[in-house]
Every structure is written in C-alpha cells, then in structure tokens.
Design a protein around this ligand. Structure first.
Ligand SMILES: [Zn+2]
Length: 82
C-alpha cells in the first residue's frame, strides 16, 4: 500500500517535472490508489461488518486493532486478507 502510494506520487511528480501538468498522470495515480485500496476496503469486522480502516468519519491508512463499533479484537480474528 505505502509502496504503491509512493510510486503514484513519484509518477505524478516525475510527469509533472518532465512534461508539465498532466491529467493523465493524475488519472493513473488515482487508478493505482483505487487498486491498492481494493483489498483494504474489504477488511471488515467479521462480527458487525464495520470497516477496520474507518474511525468515525475518518479513514486511516492502517487498520484498527479492535473494532470501533463492537470491540472485537481484530488481531485475534483470522482474516483472508492476511
Ligand atoms: Zn465489529
């Protein structure tokens, strides 16, 4: 995730530097971020289904250790994403 994010940022910066402002680079970066976030958005609490990356109205780039809704310890729950 962080590698893809860094790659996307570098891609935008490099294209911006060499070719000027490019919407193509931004579109590519956005697509890469969506692809990178696809497994992240499936990381839900197995009990109540709340996404582990949401903390109230905020989205954080790392998952909660415990579900913010029902308190399930997500570290102890086997997940297909690990
Ligand atoms: Zn929960």
């Amino acid at each position: 995730m962080l590698g893809v994010l860094a790659l996307a940022v570098l891609l935008v910066l490099a294209t911006d530097r060499f070719y000027g402002h490019s919407s193509i680079a931004f579109a590519a970066a956005i697509i890469m971020l969506i692809v990178a976030n696809a497994p992240m958005l499936r990381f839900n609490c197995p009990k109540c289904g709340k996404n582990a990356f949401f903390r109230g109205p905020l989205v954080v780039p790392w998952p909660n250790r415990t579900c913010t809704r029902c308190g399930t310890d997500l570290d102890q729950v086997p997940s297909q994403n690990r």
